[in-house]
Ligand binder design. Structure first.
Ligand code: ADP
Ligand code: ASP
Ligand code: MG
Length: 448
């Protein structure tokens, strides 16, 4: 029998009615044996505040009250809240303890422990809801299977161990029970809780699909598929019925928030088809992402990644250019920093780095820049967005790129990356321009 992993995002499990829609989707597909849920919408943001901000006890209480309001309203929506009420309260006690722990601001392990609570609460109640709707289900602790390193906040999964654990602990259950587990969280060698980075539940679903040899992985969210661009940028954006693995991977990497950047990696390794659709309107279908598509157009979609930093590293002695470049890239590698756009000249290297505010990444970026300053003169320019056109064979045909550059000729493109990859053309623009850049490009490439 075929196996499907279904993941439901934050808005899909935001309240009991939304959760019921998801439960129906699970019940209607007998192949769905594993369910991955996010924290209810808003909860992780509150937890991030509790983990990272210096707060008075009054502010802590206010934030916890907001989390409780969301969770208790889901609990009360169950036909019979009693079976999970005690467990939910236990998790809320843990939340209170961690939030007022005197080391919370300095201990990444405690931060991840707090962040994990949103998914642990929603999965508890989703499993119970399925049971109360007559479907055999159990809550399963993802930390037993999603083994990672201890890079808290951005932990790296151990694919081999995950496969072993899934085979041993999940597979035997699947014939009789739907396992409802948490996205986003895992555990390290010492069994400390870790997290996979914001939006990481998509990645969990794909990792479990890989580990369990699933046929399909469904990402249920608040839009009816992957669109030509973020529908919040332009109402002209339209859903795409199909995408290739490469196109989806590029879109995820370059900012299409609908998929966590790493989601496609496990899917590609095991050739697992991925579906993206709306849990509110499942009847409207969605996007199927597969190895090959019927049609591979030059232009498929536009993405945007905000909060990019342009770093220019300059040395008067570029005469030793190769040694200098090597030093620069060594520093980047030491901080595990991946760079999207790079240009070099006789005396300088410019590169863009992703800098989501309040993230682990932003802290690492600061350390990287300090190290670069040791070997050179460094200028840091903020306030940029990276706009990417995703498509196919983009540098193999005449006119494909010039059409893009003509469309945006009125805007100042600060840095352009073209030619390294047939699936994308990226450029850096001032953040105040990026919405217009995308609208103009969308009109030219997709609305005519
Ligand atoms: P979830 O909580 O279900 O994981 P997310 O908020 O992470 O949902 O992702 C869904 C959102 O991604 C959409 O509401 C949409 O605004 C945004 N998005 C960005 N780019 C795209 C795109 N190309 N297609 C569809 N949605 C996109
Ligand atoms: N709850 C986590 C977040 O908000 C993970 C996820 O939703 O995918 O980032
Ligand atoms: Mg998401």
């Amino acid at each position: 029998m075929s196996l499907n992993i279904a993941k439901f995002g934050g808005t899909s499990v935001a309240n009991i009615d939304a959760m019921r829609n998801c439960a129906r989707i699970v019940i209607n597909n007998p192949a769905t044996r594993v369910v991955v849920v996010s924290a209810a919408a808003g909860v992780t943001n509150y937890l991030v505040q509790l983990a990272n901000e210096e707060l008075t006890s009054e502010q802590i209480n206010e934030l916890i009250a907001k989390v409780e309001e969301i969770e208790f309203s889901i609990l009360r929506g169950l036909d019979s809240p009693a079976p999970v009420a005690a467990k939910l309260n236990e998790l809320l006690v843990q939340l209170r303890e961690l939030a007022s722990h005197e080391e919370i601001l300095h201990r990444p392990d405690l931060k991840d422990a707090i962040l994990s609570l949103g998914e642990r609460m929603s999965s508890l109640m989703f499993a119970e809801l399925l049971c109360q709707m007559g479907h055999a289900a159990a809550n399963f602790d993802a930390r037993k299977v999603i083994k990672t390193d201890n890079d808290y906040g951005q932990a790296e999964p151990d694919i081999g161990l995950i496969a072993q654990q899934a085979e041993k602990l999940m597979k035997p259950e699947l014939a009789s029970t739907v396992l409802v587990t948490q996205g986003f969280i895992g555990s390290d060698e010492q069994d400390n809780t870790t997290t996979l980075g914001r939006g990481g539940s998509d990645y969990t679903a794909a990792l479990l699909a890989e580990a369990l040899d699933a046929d399909t992985c469904e990402i249920w969210t608040d839009v009816i598929g992957v669109y030509t661009t973020d529908p919040r940028i332009t109402d002209k954006a339209r859903p795409l019925p199909e995408l290739s693995f490469e196109e989806a991977a590029e879109m995820a990497t370059f900012g299409a928030k609908v998929l966590h950047p790493a989601t496609m990696v496990p899917a590609v390794r095991k050739n697992i088809r991925v579906f993206v659709g709306s849990s509110r309107e499942p009847e409207k279908g969605g996007t199927w992402i597969a190895k090959n598509c019927d049609h591979e157009p030059y232009y498929r979609a536009l993405t945007r990644r905000k909060d990019q930093v342009l770093v220019t590293v300059k040395t008067p002695s570029m005469l030793y250019a190769s040694g200098f470049l090597q030093q620069v890239f060594e520093i980047l590698a030491n901080h595990n920093l991946s760079v999207d756009l790079v240009t070099t000249s006789e005396i300088a290297v410019s590169l863009t780095i992703d800098n989501p505010p309040n993230s682990v990444r932003a802290r690492l970026n600061k350390a990287t820049i300090e190290d670069l300053k040791e070997i050179s003169e460094v200028t840091v320019e903020e306030g940029y967005d990276l706009v990417t056109v995703v498509g196919n064979n983009m540098h193999s045909a005449a006119g494909v790129s010039s059409r893009i550059f003509n469309a945006v000729s009125e805007f100042n493109l600060r840095l352009i990356c073209y030619g390294a990859n047939p699936h994308n053309i990226s450029f850096l623009v001032k953040d105040e321009d990026s919405t217009d850049v995308i609208k103009v490009l969308h009109q030219d490439l997709f609305e005519s």
